[in-house]
Design a protein around this ligand. Structure first.
Ligand code: NAD
Length: 481
């Protein structure tokens, strides 16, 4: 199966204007699976022009009309689950089971969630006794830019596009150049669903040539970005002086805190997952595990034992739990991080190296689940995001020490906390510097809740009304009585 990807502009499937493309590689086999456009400013300009034109009518559609068409897109995603999941896995290297169970179903959920959400989106009114009445109108912004990363390709792409469209905006969107296939398939689905031309435009290309053109285009009034803190900082430096609305979902270095009194089996099972799911390439994965000293040895032995049983293999195989990492560039980066951990004095308890598979996967990019101990909180390994199948374990003696360690990075995305002591849990949840705290669970998501990070993990929140608020401009009207 190969995918010759085209841009989707004004309802047409087009090549980039200068015709430049690059090869797309399956990271689990090293084989070429198609080509990707390298779009540039002229392509982005075409997309913006199409979106501006489409906005004249899309902004006037009723929530019911938008609901109908978005619901149809959700139905089509559902009906094409197998094809989309195969494309996601071929492009990204993640186990097919994961694409089928999580990535693709979540993409249709995103469309359905915001399609129905917009039907319930109400505005406020404030009366000033018998003097005046204020009512607040929430209007679409216009043309907005959505830029997403490679780790959950269709899942995160639709998490931005769906609320933007539901709120009545027209969109210029760019998926990651590393995993563009399902975004391309989504453009075909939107076409099939009858989304009017120009309402959603998808341009493919890299950050330097294409993403940056979206960010700096004066007619794009809001940018919703998910990706690295480094790119987020650059985007903010360009967009802020242009007074664009900005939502930034960035990197993390999430703590997992284990107290001796937790539900041990549930914690163990979940932590293997929260450490290594999607090869550790989920922004919410816990990469710093902090364990109460009294149970440290027990935890360490069991965690290593259980993690060593994770089955690594062909992402297409039914029993594979660990697939390939996403690209050669990322593979080299993760291995360099492991080498650095060794230099810093870390002891590798498990993994610590790449794995050579056989057959179709002999040229694939596989890294063994890696567990490191013996490193303090301030070393680079415990400060910098690795975003691969690599975790460290540290020990603590008191609640205060656990909090100190948990908060000892510049990031603040998510934390998972394990204890049966509910007053301790809620007290700590108040003190932890992160946008999301899970108590006795991980990655349990309700799409209505605010999603996002503090500190260097981002600005703003996605999810529920937060997303619809972000993609609309509030206007207060005051009527004197
Ligand atoms: P990245 O920042 O390299 O790229 C993300 C997207 O931004 C891609 O589409 C890329 O082409 C584009 N881009 C890069 N530079 C740009 C620029 N200067 N202007 C405009 N666009 C630009 O990130 P990545 O490697 O694709 O993804 C991994 C990162 O994403 C990790 O740091 C991870 O933590 C983060 N992430 C965060 C969340 C979250 O919700 N907070 C979710 C998933 C991933």
């Amino acid at each position: 199966m190969t995918y010759e990807i085209k841009n989707y502009i004004k309802g047409q499937f087009v090549n980039p204007q200068d015709g430049e493309t690059v090869e797309n590689i399956n990271p689990a086999t090293g084989k070429v699976i198609g080509t990707i456009p390298v779009s540039k400013s002229t392509d982005v300009q075409q997309a913006v022009t199409a979106a501006k034109e489409a906005f004249k009518t899309w902004r006037k559609t009723s929530p019911q009309e938008r609901f109908k068409i978005m619901n149809k897109i959700a139905d089509l995603i559902e009906s094409k689950l197998d094809d989309l999941a195969l494309a996601e896995t071929t492009d990204n290297g993640k186990p097919l089971k994961l694409s089928k169970r999580v990535d693709i179903p979540r993409a249709s959920d995103n469309f359905r969630f915001f399609a129905t959400g917009i039907m319930h989106f109400a505005s406020e009114s404030h009366t000033m006794e018998d003097k005046a009445i204020n009512y607040t109108i929430r209007q679409p912004i216009g043309v907005v830019g959505c830029i997403s990363p490679w780790n959950l390709p269709l899942y995160l792409f639709t998490w931005k596009i769906a609320p933007a469209l539901a709120a009545g905006n027209c969109v210029v969107a760019k998926p990651s150049e590393v995993t563009p296939v399902t975004a391309f398939l989504l453009s075909q689905i939107c076409d099939e669903a009858g989304l009017p031309a120009g309402v959603l435009n998808i341009v493919h290309g890299d950050g330097a040539h294409c993403g940056s053109e979206i960010v700096k285009h004066p007619d794009i009034k809001a940018i919703s970005f998910t990706g690295s803190t480094r790119a987020g900082a650059h985007i903010a430096s360009v967009a802020a002086p242009m007074f664009k609305k900005l939502s930034l979902e960035l990197g993390g270095k999430n703590p997992t805190i284990v107290f001796a009194d937790c539900d041990w089996d549930k914690m163990m099972k979940t932590i293997v997952h929260s450490s290594f799911a999607n090869q550790g390439q989920i922004c919410l994965c816990g990469s710093r595990i902090l364990v109460e000293k009294t149970v440290y040895e027990k935890f360490k032995n069991e965690f290593v034992e259980r993690s060593s049983k994770l089955r690594m293999g062909d992402p297409l195989a039914d029993d594979t739990q660990q697939g390939a990492v996403v690209s050669k560039l990322h593979f080299d980066k993760v291995l360099a991080c492991i080498a650095l951990a060794k230099e810093e004095g870390g002891d590798i308890l498990l993994g610590g190296e790449s794995v050579k598979l056989e057959g179709d996967n002999k040229d694939g990019l596989f890294i063994a689940p890696t567990i490191i101990e013996g490193l303090g909180p301030n070393c680079r390994t415990n400060q910098e995001e690795i975003f691969g199948p690599v975790v460290t374990i540290q020990t603590f003696e008191t609640e205060e020490e656990a909090l100190q360690l948990a908060n000892a990075t510049d990031y603040g995305l998510a934390c998972s906390l394990w204890t049966q002591n509910i007053s301790r849990a809620t007290h700590m949840a108040n003190q932890i510097e992160s946008g999301i705290v899970w108590i006795n669970c991980w990655l349990l998501r309700d799409l209505r809740t605010p999603f996002g990070g503090m500190k260097n993990s981002g600005v703003g929140r996605e999810g529920g009304w937060n997303a619809l608020d972000f993609f609309t401009e509030p206007k207060n009207v005051c009527v004197q009585i």
